[in-house]
Design a protein around this ligand. Structure first.
Ligand SMILES: CC(C)(COP(=O)(O)OP(=O)(O)OC[C@H]1O[C@@H](n2cnc3c(N)ncnc32)[C@H](O)[C@@H]1OP(=O)(O)O)[C@@H](O)C(=O)NCCC(=O)NCCS
Length: 220
């Protein structure tokens, strides 16, 4: 029997497919695992943060696609996300095992609707620090969603993950993002020249940081 015939007979046989699902219930076993590693974070009555997984691929692509112009102005990776397949590759690169390794990404749900994402990136285990990044669908700006979501994430990083320093990095002319860092009382720590790319052009990036002891002093 040729390979193509084997494939055909397997995929067109519903009994075989359901036997496979019973033997390897991947969705059912992985979902609780994700949830343990990246627990759902309830911000308030309107906002919940849920770890992104493969089931979200289409939803993420649709949201990014509808907001392409708004997001491309500040996030270089948006250009790489041109299809649901790209969305799946993006999700495959997420790592929930450790806040310092790779990317740990939450969907921001506002009144049960996915409206953006917030992530942990650029982790450094030796320095015990993590950066947070975020974006919102254009029409959901101006409601304090990201400030509230970021406050919850920072609290989680400091109190549950024993992180020492949290960073926010944003382009020198990204005033809305700078306003988020300022609202959260981050310190302006300096500028890295040509440290980011936006629309193929190098941009200067501001570093904002906050230490655990500063966060505790402000939030106790
Ligand atoms: C950066 C970005 C997430 C900021 O969004 P935002 O809506 O301005 O930020 P927030 O969700 O925290 O909302 C703050 C606004 O809500 C208002 N607000 C209402 N209720 C609030 C509350 N409970 N708490 C805080 N702010 C509140 C604030 O006054 C502020 O209003 P303003 O825009 O008139 O100043 C958004 O502009 C975006 O996605 N930009 C494109 C992607 C991007 O640049 N990402 C960052 C890369 S570094």
């Amino acid at each position: 029997m040729k390979n193509s015939e084997v494939k055909k007979s397997t995929s067109s046989n519903p009994d075989h497919a359901s036997t496979l699902k019973k033997l390897f219930p991947i969705g059912k076993t992985l979902r609780p695992l994700f949830q343990t590693l990246a627990p759902e974070l309830e911000v308030d009555e309107d906002i919940v943060l849920k770890s992104i997984n493969m089931d979200d691929a289409r939803r993420i692509f649709d949201l990014v696609d509808a907001n392409r112009k708004h997001l491309e102005a500040w996030l270089s990776w948006i250009q790489k996300l041109q299809s649901v397949k790209d969305s799946k590759s993006f999700i495959r690169a997420i790592r929930y095992k450790d806040v310092f390794a790779g990317r740990w990404v939450y969907g921001i749900y506002y009144q049960d609707q996915l409206v953006g994402m917030i992530d942990f990136n650029d982790g450094d285990r030796d320095l015990n620090q993590v950066a947070i990044g975020y974006w919102l669908s254009h029409d959901f700006q101006g409601k304090g969603i990201v400030t509230r979501a970021a406050r919850k994430c920072i609290d989680y990083l400091f109190k549950e993950k024993q992180v020492h320093r949290v960073l926010i990095k944003c382009a020198t002319d990204n005033y809305r993002s700078q306003a988020v860092a300022n609202r959260l009382n981050f310190n302006w720590e300096g500028i890295d020249r040509d440290a980011g790319t936006v629309n193929g052009k190098s941009v200067d990036m501001i570093n904002y940081g906050i230490l655990y002891r500063e966060w505790l002093a402000m939030n106790s």
